[in-house]
Design a protein around this ligand. Structure first.
Ligand SMILES: Nc1nc2c(ncn2[C@@H]2O[C@H](COP(=O)(O)OP(=O)(O)OP(=O)(O)O)[C@@H](O)[C@H]2O)c(=O)[nH]1
Ligand SMILES: [Mg+2]
Ligand SMILES: [Zn+2]
Length: 290
């Protein structure tokens, strides 16, 4: 049996990277008995059948797995944001929450610094300084600060994720010297055109891998209960002891330290508003479940 890594999955074929070569393979039928879905990033065991076709026999245990984008065995999530198209920071927060759950290091890449304006970066630094490991301000178009990304991602498997048209593929093209298709923003909707259709891993050498993924705008948090959401906000956890209730969700409870901090301006209002939006969304999903 041989081992390799799935770098792309398209049209029922799984592309395995093995000894520097890419091998198109199918999955052994019995694998689907276990309901096992194979993701990009999976390490697999495969063999060549009597027709010399590669067949995946088994999927090795995963270190972690993101459902959206669907990638396995990730070290870093580089969440790409830009001032254009209109950013959705609730989505960014949800991606970060998924990173915490899956033990993936979240890094924020602020792309398009050539057009963003300083306010945009200042706002992000203020609201995300505590939530992510690092914030890197770059421009793929003008080659600004790309070395900082390369440095941060060295020796890691990093998934580029975020909304359509923030510049994930543009960044990959510059950093990995590739020529993958990029797209503009639709004039009609002001949103991205979903140019990248499939996740794909690019091997940069020295154990450095970048996964380019399709942009998305919807993300359901399945693994967090509304009553426990606040536990993923380290700044809220720090204040918890000042709240009247031990498991205060900082929403409707009286004598809440977080709400006090909101009033005196020591807790960021935007961050709190997004927390509330996510809290309500999870609550709504919980209602529909029962
Ligand atoms: N001004 C400016 N535009 C950029 C920059 N980086 C990318 N763009 C533009 O943003 C648009 C979208 O770029 P893509 O790289 O295709 O975006 P993406 O995130 O891969 O989008 P999807 O594949 O749809 O998820 C293109 O028109 C790029 O030229 C940048 O640093 N500055
Ligand atoms: Mg793309
Ligand atoms: Zn509270």
């Amino acid at each position: 049996m041989q081992q390799g890594k799935i770098i792309k999955a398209v049209g029922g074929f799984f592309y395995i990277s093995h000894n520097g070569k890419t091998i198109a393979s199918k999955v052994r039928k019995k694998l689907s008995y276990n309901n096992l879905e194979i993701s990009v990033g999976d390490n697999v065991e495969f063999f060549f059948n009597e027709y010399k076709k590669a067949v995946i026999e088994d999927v090795l245990p995963r270190k972690n797995e993101l459902i959206r984008p669907n990638v396995a065995n990730v070290d870093v999530a580089a969440i790409v944001v830009a001032s254009v198209p209109q950013p959705d920071f609730v989505l960014v927060d949800k991606i970060i929450l998924n990173c915490y759950i899956q033990d993936i290091k979240p890094v924020l890449i602020v792309n398009k610094s050539d057009i963003n304006g300083q306010d945009f970066f200042d706002q992000i630094s203020k609201e995300y300084g505590d939530a992510v490991s690092q914030i890197i301000c770059v421009s793929a178009e003008q080659d600004l600060n790309l070395d900082e990304i390369k440095q941060a991602l060295k020796g890691q498997t990093t998934v580029f994720c975020g909304q359509s048209a923030v510049g994930k593929t543009s960044l990959l093209n510059k950093i990995a010297e590739k020529n993958q298709a990029t797209g503009d923003i639709s004039e009609k909707s002001g949103r991205g055109k979903h140019t990248t259709r499939h996740s794909q891993i690019f091997d940069l050498g020295d154990d450095t891998f970048i996964v380019d993924t399709p942009g998305f705008s919807l993300l359901e948090l399945k693994d967090i209960k509304s009553g426990e959401l606040h536990l993923y906000y380290s700044d809220m956890v720090e204040m918890q002891s000042g709240c009247k209730y031990h498991m205060c969700t900082h929403t409707t409870e009286p004598d809440c330290q977080v709400k006090q901090a909101l009033e005196n301006g020591t807790f960021d209002k935007n961050r709190y508003q997004r927390y509330l939006a996510i809290f309500e969304e999870i609550k709504e999903a919980e209602k529909n479940k029962f």
